[in-house]
Design a protein around this ligand. Structure first.
Ligand code: BGC
Length: 268
């Protein structure tokens, strides 16, 4: 009998009712984890993800919470512990864009993006880390006391005109992740980020849903293919598993080479 890589580990994936989050939830479940599928608004989307996991023989529940609200995050962790007892893997995925030219950007657009993309990651990571420290390593499950995967972006390093709030949030996620990793590694907690490039999800539909848009986008991707959510799900399983035990405080870019500055392939 083969044991699955994440057998019996408990995972929470925030923002998992669609897009990258849903693919990560499905991939972790396929690797043996019991998954809490967090959603802010789309109960229908989350229930569909739970149903897909169960249909494949996995285990999952849906939990509602807006990750930018401390009381809702605390309540989500309580619901998780009631259902599954503990947490082994947190995927800090919930995120959004509120795009605007810089001079027209409202404080509301700025604050909403920072609150969800950055503060939400802080609040969820803090709760998960408390439980990892309280419980410690369970050798039968994993070499680490817990794993946190922060969903960042290529825009933690690539500046992005028209998206200053989003780029600032992801730059913040980079140093939040690295600082948490530095602080918590001695407790055997591993914290890393995934930096997706352009992945076909609802957040960026206009960037790929016409042949013209896709052709423009491909100029930014040396590998010449737009990513799909499963690309990120596969990376998340690896980062959550003991296969990556010695990987700490790193961003794994899953971007078809977008961070290679393809404009310099012929210019410069
Ligand atoms: C953004 C997408 C964008 C991609 C590459 C992601 O972080 O959410 O809208 O297509 O970066 O630019």
């Amino acid at each position: 009998m083969t044991t699955l890589q994440l057998q019996d580990q408990i995972a929470l994936v925030t923002g998992a009712s669609s897009g990258i989050g849903s693919a990560v939830a499905i991939a972790l479940a396929a690797a043996g984890a019991k998954v809490a599928v967090n959603y802010a608004r789309s109960a229908k989307g989350a229930e569909a993800v739970v149903a897909e996991i169960k249909a494949a023989g996995g285990e999952a529940i849906a939990i509602q919470a807006d990750v930018s609200q401390e009381d809702q995050v605390l309540s989500m962790f309580q619901q998780l512990y009631k259902a599954y007892g503990t947490i082994d893997i947190l995927v800090n995925n919930a995120g959004l864009q509120k795009d605007s030219a810089f001079v027209d950007m409202t404080l509301d657009q700025w604050t909403k993006v920072i609150d969800v993309n950055l503060t939400g990651q802080f609040l969820c990571a803090r709760e998960a880390a408390k439980e990892f420290i309280r419980r410690g390593v369970v050798p039968a499950k994993s070499c680490s006391a817990g794993k946190i995967i922060c969903m960042s972006s290529v825009h933690e390093v690539i500046p992005w005109a028209g998206h200053c709030n989003y780029a600032a949030s992801k730059g913040g996620v980079m140093l939040l992740m690295q600082s948490m990793a530095q602080e918590l590694a001695p407790k055997k907690i591993r914290i890393n980020s995934i930096g997706p490039g352009a992945i076909k999800t609802p957040i960026n539909t206009s960037a790929w849903d016409t042949p013209e848009a896709e052709a423009e986008l491909l100029k930014l991707i040396p590998y010449n293919r737009v990513g799909v959510p499963k690309d990120i799900g596969n990376a998340a399983v690896w980062l959550a598993s003991d296969q990556s035990e010695y990987v700490n405080g790193t961003t794994l870019f899953v971007d078809g080479g977008m961070t290679l500055y393809p404009g310099f392939a012929t210019g410069g």
